[in-house]
Design a protein around this ligand. Structure first.
Ligand code: HEC
Length: 83
């Protein structure tokens, strides 16, 4: 019985971390204290392409985002930018 329970715990932890792995890499740094929707709004971008251009070329913080893929930046805009 104890074994079954610990197996269940391990499995649930595993699925939890997998669910996290599918999240945007942005959310590793952009937590409640540094919220992504706010940042996207302040960038003034009106489309995913504009946002990509902003974060790649215009933002003073662009160096922080060099490792991010175009796809993830676009996804971030789709998910958090249109509110
Ligand atoms: C390595 C940590 C890290 C990751 C990963 C990260 N960011 Fe950031 N980002 C920051 C920090 C730090 C700032 C500056 C926060 C501040 O000035 O309050 C920032 C600022 C921003 C800004 C505002 C820039 C400006 O010039 O106004 C935007 C927009 C942004 N991030 C979008 C994203 C998106 C989209 C992703 C994912 C594709 C992402 N970030 C991933 C750390 C990160």
């Amino acid at each position: 019985m104890v074994r079954v329970v610990s197996l269940l715990i391990v499995l649930s932890m595993l699925s939890f971390s997998l669910a996290f792995a599918q999240d945007l890499p942005c959310l590793r740094c952009h937590t409640q204290a540094n919220p992504l929707p706010d940042k996207i709004k302040k960038s003034g971008a009106k489309s995913a392409s504009e946002f990509l251009d902003f974060l790649r070329n215009k933002s003073p913080k662009k160096a922080l985002h060099k490792a991010m893929s175009d796809e993830d930046i676009r996804k971030a805009f789709e998910q958090y930018g249109k509110k």
